[in-house]
Design a protein. Sequence first.
Length: 290
Amino acid sequence: MSDRFVATDADGLQHHEGYRRRWPLPVRKADGWQPGAVVEPDEHGTPVVLDAGQLLDQLGECVFVAEPAGEAGAARLIAGTSWSEKEAAAFALDCVEHILEIVPGSADAELPDGGTLGAIIASARQYLETGAGTDAHRLGLVSRLAAARRLRRESTAIGDAAFTAAAQAEGEGVDILSDPAWETLAAARDAVLAAVEAVRHVAFPFLADRETRRYEAHEEHKVAEVDQVDTPWGRFAVGGAGPKYAPSWVAARDAAERSRQAAADLSGPAAGEAERSWQVGRLVERLSTE
């Protein structure tokens, strides 16, 4: 398989630095993939083709394999890959499971109801692979915390793992904001939240679909009321002004980024880069063209 990729939406539209380029998509035939048409350089520059490391930071709804073609800078898509909402969620879980093994104490950090970050990720993996699990209520709680934290970029919810650590340390007179261990726990926690949010979109895609329709109504200056939708993970608010969810590939990108930050917080920049190298390898493993 080629080591160059293009991330697009389902229609082949690539978003890069404010410019949208449409790529002709490859077609699967009985004997393999028929490449899409060649995309030539234009007034906006040469077509953007990514190596695996760049792809990690620019994941999209779909990932295609690409190759140079024709004149200098031209390229075409030669095959689709197995990348999907489910693969994005699985990759997010891969990243988090890996970092929880590395960061001491992170897997045992407690949630409000006594569960741990490690246990919630195990439950999320089970739910992703089987469509069922025993911790639906806890997964729902964590996914709602994830959405709230992503929207506000800070969480004051009771049970936030880093907040709990801060409260405990405060009693010992420790300045928790300057404690590197606090930052490590916070990054690992955020990685877990992002991964569970990615799984939620796979478990209940209708929530994302309804949110999108509500958002479109808002953009057209129509009333976008808030609905309460019941799921096996509990009740979620859908609607209102603006989107309240991130697609699974965005959540996967966030989970990978925060996992790298957790490694760097623990052992320095070199550890963060080592974690990035591991993630790139794992991502490529998940991009089958079969």
